[in-house]
Design a protein around this ligand. Structure first.
Ligand code: ATP
Ligand code: MG
Length: 320
């Protein structure tokens, strides 16, 4: 794996490739049967790796989430199986990439991990403790150890609070250190994400999208979390700054020995940052494994199409 994600490949990967088209084309050509019974390989892909004596930071154990939709009648409401029988573990120091097309259940998975969504069935464990239905004190404790970076930094930040105060806020809530230590941490954080000190006095609206996402990352790191869940952290950004944010996350992960869940619909982005990959389709895991293994020897037809969809931008004949 290359150490740094270069700008050229980032641009190629993140130009709005039409993955949906490629998938539909393959489905029509009979290469993918979306409604087929799961294959042995897919059943195998549902299983998480053994613990090997380590306690996972979190463990989603056979989690399913079903939403009732507004369409359908009162007696027969329509249901969306957003996530089905998902098992997922995150071990200390590793990055797990979750990839799949829009609507496959990636954000629902992130929300279950962060406690924003209670699973319809299955259990959630944090450092070995059952937190499926989180109490306020469990929520507070997990909040200090697990941070989230969302797709759109504009919504993650408070428009009327200075950058300085936004970085200070989680530390005040969690009573981190003394006042002086908090102040020092704010300056340390802004340096860590490569922003000048002058940014501290600004409001989010005065910064560029890339700078705002750097602030959101700094805020996510303020309490020295053990893990970060990044849900499409580069998708809302201008193409030219996506690679910079991705490189920043990769550097931080290495320096701070962070564990990370990295979510993207773009398999090329996930590839550069992940140790392990989970490929989801329609709420189910269809393939998982070491990143290198999944990219070099994909077993599943859906994974192969995802991989084929990106180069097809540069070489229109590939993947046909
Ligand atoms: N609160 C909700 N109520 C009803 N349906 C929902 C709700 N949240 C998600 N869904 C549905 O669940 C499915 C999975 O959604 P989810 O947001 O997890 O997908 P995603 O993989 O994150 O997609 P994207 O790449 O577009 O962000 C979709 O069909 C979505 O419409
Ligand atoms: Mg999403």
């Amino acid at each position: 794996m290359s150490d740094s994600f270069n700008l050229k490949s980032a641009e190629a990967a993140s130009a709005d490739l039409d993955m949906g088209d490629a998938l539909e084309r393959d489905a029509q050509a009979g290469r993918i049967d979306f409604d087929a019974a799961p294959t042995d390989q897919e059943i195998e892909a549902q299983k998480e790796r053994p613990d090997n004596g380590q306690t996972p930071i979190f463990f989603l154990d056979d989690v399913s989430v079903t939403f009732k939709t507004r369409t359908g009648s009162l007696i027969h409401p329509n249901r969306v199986k957003a996530v089905q029988h998902l098992s997922l573990k995150l071990f200390p120091g590793e990055t797990v990439g979750i990839v799949g097309e829009s609507g496959c259940g990636k954000s629902t998975t992130a929300n279950v991990i962060c406690g924003l969504q209670v699973p319809t069935s299955g259990s959630v464990y944090f450092e070995g403790e059952d937190v499926t239905r989180r109490t306020a004190s469990q929520r507070f404790k997990i909040g200090a150890k697990l941070s989230v970076v969302f797709q759109d930094p504009a919504t993650a930040l408070n428009a009327r609070m200075s950058i300085h105060d936004q970085l200070m806020d989680p530390m005040i809530v969690h009573k981190y250190g003394s006042e002086q230590e908090r102040e020092e941490r704010v300056h340390e954080l802004i340096g860590m994400v490569g922003l000048p000190e002058s940014v501290l006095a600004a409001l989010p609206g005065q910064l560029s999208g890339g700078q705002r996402q750097r602030v959101a990352i700094a805020r996510a790191l303020s309490l020295k979390p053990t893990a970060i869940v990044a849900d499409e952290p580069t998708s809302a950004l201008d193409v030219s700054v996506r690679a910079q944010i991705l490189n920043l996350l990769m550097d931080l992960k290495k320096e701070l020995n962070l564990s990370m869940i990295f979510i993207s619909h773009d398999i090329q982005t996930v590839r550069y940052i992940s140790d392990r990959i989970v490929v989801m389709n329609k709420g189910r895991v269809v393939e998982r494994g070491e990143a290198k293994q999944v990219f070099e020897h994909p077993q599943n037809a859906y994974t192969k199409t995802l991989l084929g969809a990106a180069p097809s931008l540069l070489h229109p004949d590939m993947g046909k």
